[in-house]
Design a protein around this ligand. Structure first.
Ligand SMILES: Nc1ncnc2c1ncn2[C@@H]1O[C@H](COP(=O)(O)OP(=O)(O)OP(=O)(O)O)[C@@H](O)[C@H]1O
Length: 495
């Protein structure tokens, strides 16, 4: 059986911008992040953006502080030290032991919490900073979803390991994995860069609160850099037991410089040549007709060959092997990739990918094992397929973050794919007279997606298949990302 080849970037990502910075030049008056920004602007790889330049100043200050920073030595965590940790944890809650004074972080540089609208360059700035970090500072850059997956998985493993080694199974319920996790993380990275910091569930919120409190303490001396679409005070808003998460928000506000990147530009909207990775039938052509089936098949074959770097078969049959039902093992569980040429491309129908109970971990594994994914036969999507849509969004987040390429065949263009249930005739066709665009779009002037994040009213209206703001936002962002993933830049990039 094939054992999943978890590339390093599955957990800790490779930054997008290569380091060109030599840290010995740190004495220069121009900070390393500013130098790098200037270089990329000069090479026409970035547009000069005054809002981003304002952030670069803060990046320069953090860079200077890191140059002088000597992180503390890490003490090993011991299971025997923590019998009764729950009592002391509760004690802290009662006595206000969580409250910290500035001396508690003396000598540790303040990190950065960079938030703003979609596509304005937060991740780019974080990656740029990451590529300039002084070499004596160990660092990790990770997508927040992936980090939380790692945290939950390692917590579980640590409890088992420590119980076997030190405490005996009877103590399993009183074992606290947080000090061990914190030790593991800070031993390998003193600067932790989180992309897309967002908290959506109570288990993440509670674990994160304790983990960050430990990591950012003097004992571990970790510096945090996070990007997010939300300001700290809006994190985990309306979440279950939100009040227990507020100390974590306060901690983030005290231990980072909170910066709002208020650039009005969504760089993903800047037109680039659109390549036809997404196929949908032209008006008048029925998706399930024979004619359309031939065109769809051609589209899929053409992109499969391109992604798999296959020679055009030819006489000497240079075609790479196409494998069927290829097993991937993810944390002891197996799932099958219906058609693939590892590590280049995997192909699924929408039903195979989103109609079965796959979760974020599966999609992340897929994204880290294949450079491109083809998803065929995406039907019209309505509120009746909400679970499938949720999975599709999780899948898109995973592949976007791993910079995978994507080709699809679908009933319609992505912006027209989300419809009301009563408009649907069958999975791939709408009724003869589809309902007119609703005339209530003016009511959407105050919609947060429109007003704050600059999405179109059409997208805001379609996002109403979700109730929670976080989900509506994730949906709108997925549409924005789909448009970026169809650009020639994305499709032609060499991984
Ligand atoms: N100044 C710039 N010039 C040209 N391209 C840019 C510039 N800033 C950002 N970009 C590009 O725009 C795209 C979106 O940027 P980025 O991913 O950093 O946005 P973001 O704010 O993190 O978005 P999101 O909140 O959706 O994750 C990327 O491809 C990035 O390289």
């Amino acid at each position: 059986m094939f054992v999943l080849r978890l590339r390093l970037r599955n957990y800790f990502q490779v930054p997008r911008l290569a380091s060109r910075w030599n840290s010995t030049a740190a004495t220069s008056l121009v900070s390393a992040p500013l130098k790098e920004y200037n270089r990329l602007v000069k090479l026409n790889r970035l547009r000069d953006d005054p809002y981003q330049r304002a952030v670069i100043k803060s990046l320069g200050s953090l860079y200077d502080s890191l140059m002088k920073y000597e992180p503390p030595k890490i003490k090993e965590a011991r299971a025997l030290d923590q019998i009764g940790w729950r009592t002391s944890y509760l004690g802290k809650l009662v006595t206000g032991g969580w409250k910290k004074k500035e001396q508690d972080w003396e000598g540790i540089p303040k990190g950065i919490y960079l938030y703003g609208d979609v596509g304005c360059g937060k991740t780019m700035l974080m990656d740029l900073f990451y590529s300039t970090v002084p070499s004596h500072i160990t660092k990790r850059r990770v997508h927040f979803h992936q980090f939380m997956q790692y945290v939950h998985r390692r917590s579980h493993e640590i409890i088992i390991e420590q119980n076997l080694r030190e405490l005996g199974a009877a103590k399993s319920k009183t074992m606290d994995p947080v000090p061990f996790l914190a030790t593991e993380i800070s031993k390998t990275s003193r600067l932790l860069c989180f992309d897309e910091f967002q908290v959506t569930d109570v288990a993440d919120a509670m674990t994160l609160r304790r983990l960050l409190d430990t990591l950012l303490s003097k004992d571990h001396g970790l510096v945090l850099f996070a990007t997010s679409n939300r300001k700290p005070d809006d994190l985990y808003i309306n979440g279950v037991q939100r009040e227990s998460f507020i100390p974590c928000i306060e901690l983030i506000k005290r231990r980072t410089e909170v910066i709002f990147l208020n650039s009005p530009t969504d760089y993903r909207k800047i037109p680039r040549p659109i390549s036809s990775v997404y196929y949908f039938p032209e008006k008048g052509l029925k998706y399930q007709s024979r004619e359309c089936a031939i065109v769809r098949q051609h589209h899929v074959n053409q992109w499969y060959k391109y992604f798999a770097q296959m020679e055009d078969t030819g006489a000497n049959g240079d075609e790479k092997k196409i494998l069927k039902d290829y097993p991937l093992t993810i944390w002891g569980r197996e799932f099958k990739v219906p058609r693939c040429t590892p590590p280049n491309v995997a192909q699924f129908t929408f039903k195979e990918l989103c109609g079965t109970p796959l979760a974020a971990g599966d999609y992340l594994a897929l994204a880290s094992n294949f450079e491109a994914i083809i998803v065929t036969d995406i039907p019209y999507l309505s509120i009746f397929l909400r679970d499938e849509v949720r999975r599709f969004i999780t899948f898109l987040d995973a592949i976007y973050d791993n910079q995978c390429k994507l080709a699809t065949t679908a009933a319609a263009n992505f912006t027209d794919l989300f419809v009301e249930p009563e408009e649907i005739l069958n999975s791939y066709e709408l009724k003869e007279k589809p309902k007119e665009e609703q005339g209530d779009e003016d009511d959407l002037d105050d919609d947060e997606l429109v007003k704050r994040h600059g999405f179109s009213k059409k997208i805001a209206r379609k996002s109403h298949i979700f109730v929670l703001d976080e989900e509506r936002f994730a949906f709108a962002r997925a549409l924005s990302r789909l448009s970026q993933m169809s650009t020639a830049d994305w499709v032609e990039r060499h991984n």
